[in-house]
Design a protein around this ligand. Structure first.
Ligand code: BTN
Length: 282
């Protein structure tokens, strides 16, 4: 990465507000938040769109057009929000935090994104609410066994160099889960857990702060790995892991420093899985 130049304030910034207010208040809130992030990397530039297909696609266009590292693409609503394995991500207006960060990591830092992102979400949630979020391998943030937040990482290489990475994070903040039968029973939100609404702006600010701290830590990922592992609900459980067209079952015995899951198969052999979808069987 070669050191991060500190961006100057004064770049494009538009902000969604969670409450009805006049233009003057919106302007003041935008300036206040911009000020809080000025001099920082993550949030040095915020592209806000009231409605978008997926923030990943807008962030890709931004990255290709040369957006600086730390650019945040934020949407109030996604009409085609997507998750891992081609699943969709429920993103109705006015309810949640949907963002994609444009990053330009080296290969070592790219490998840490899946570890730092859920840890940063868990820390941000803990700072706002009396909840103890856990992580389902590799990077689902869960509360009471239901999914609160998801992470989607897409990257582009030129030769053997990382050109950019897109770190997409969706956090169900004030989502009324029961209104979405496709996720009811599987997902939760801060509203569901706490019985009250939570400020999306505050959660976003905390999230950007935690993410930046973990991303810039040296050596890459070291500050997050132990915490990620401690929060994993997957370890010690019998699991089924699907990856590609394979399905493996066994004991989720351990993880390695890359975040791979070490599975002990029924025949006693060990298998390292770097990406997949886990179902807990016990
Ligand atoms: C998953 O758990 O499968 C990943 C979900 C990622 C959702 C976020 S919301 C912001 C960004 N834009 C998208 O379309 N997806 C990610």
């Amino acid at each position: 990465m070669g050191g991060h130049p500190r961006p100057r304030a004064g770049v494009a910034f538009f902000w969604p507000l969670d409450y009805p207010c006049g233009e003057m208040e919106a302007e003041l809130a935008a300036r206040a938040i911009q000020r809080l992030r000025s001099g920082h990397l993550f949030g040095c530039r915020v592209v806000y769109l009231p409605q978008v297909g997926s923030t990943q696609d807008v962030a890709r266009q931004e990255a290709v057009a040369g957006a600086p590292e730390g650019t945040v693409v934020l949407a109030d609503e996604q009409t085609a929000g997507r998750g891992r394995f081609g699943r969709s991500w429920v993103s109705p207006p006015g309810r949640s935090v949907h963002l994609t960060l444009v990053l330009r990591p080296d290969a070592a830092r790219l490998r840490t994104l899946g570890i730092i992102a859920p840890v940063a979400v868990a820390r941000a949630v803990e700072a706002l609410a009396d909840l103890r979020p856990a992580i389902k391998w590799p990077n689902d943030v869960v509360v009471n066994q239901r999914k609160l937040a998801g992470v989607l990482i897409e990257s582009e290489a030129v030769g053997n160099q990382v050109a950019f990475a897109l770190l997409g994070i969706g956090v169900n903040v004030n989502l009324e889960v029961a209104a979405h039968p496709e996720i009811a029973g599987l997902a939760t939100s801060l509203l569901s857990e706490l019985g009250r609404e939570v400020s999306r702006e505050l959660l976003l600010l905390l999230l950007l702060q935690e993410l930046e701290e973990l991303y810039l830590a040296t050596p890459p990922g070291a500050a997050a790995y132990q915490e990620w592992r401690r929060r994993l609900v997957t370890l010690g459980r019998e699991v089924r892991v699907s990856f590609g067209d394979r399905v493996e079952e066994g004991l989720a015995e351990d993880t390695d420093a890359n975040g791979d899951l070490i599975l002990r198969r029924p025949d006693g052999s060990r298998l390292a899985v770097s990406a997949g979808d886990v179902t807990l069987r016990t």
